[in-house]
Design a protein around this ligand. Structure first.
Ligand SMILES: [Zn+2]
Length: 102
């Protein structure tokens, strides 16, 4: 029997808290809306967005607690560490010295 959890990345540990989450992640008869991303973060699709000239896209949001049993799955810090903290001010400061007022 194929008991593999269909996340593909393996070893994330998501779905080990309860059968409901495991089934929701590994759905064989439906398209799972709870999936582990390439970055190892567990995401839940919260809606669809229609894009002009493109296929409709899913809007994902990191899941911090299991929606079924309430177990903590990951923390915002985990997610930030895995995705790269985009809110950090690592970006080069914009030089606003070019003041061309006249
Ligand atoms: Zn659970």
């Amino acid at each position: 029997m194929a008991a593999d959890i269909g996340a593909g990345s393996g070893g994330q540990g998501f779905g080990s808290c309860c059968e409901e989450l495991q089934e929701a992640m590994s759905g064989e008869e439906f398209e799972p809306l709870i999936t582990v991303g390439d970055d190892g973060v567990l995401y839940m699709s919260v809606g669809m967005v229609e894009l002009e000239d493109e296929e409709p896209g899913m809007v994902d949001h990191p899941v911090f607690f299991c929606p079924f049993c309430g177990s903590g799955l990951q923390t915002p810090e985990d997610v930030k560490a895995k995705t790269g903290d985009e809110d950090d001010d690592d970006e080069e400061e914009e030089d606003e010295s070019e003041d061309k007022q006249s």
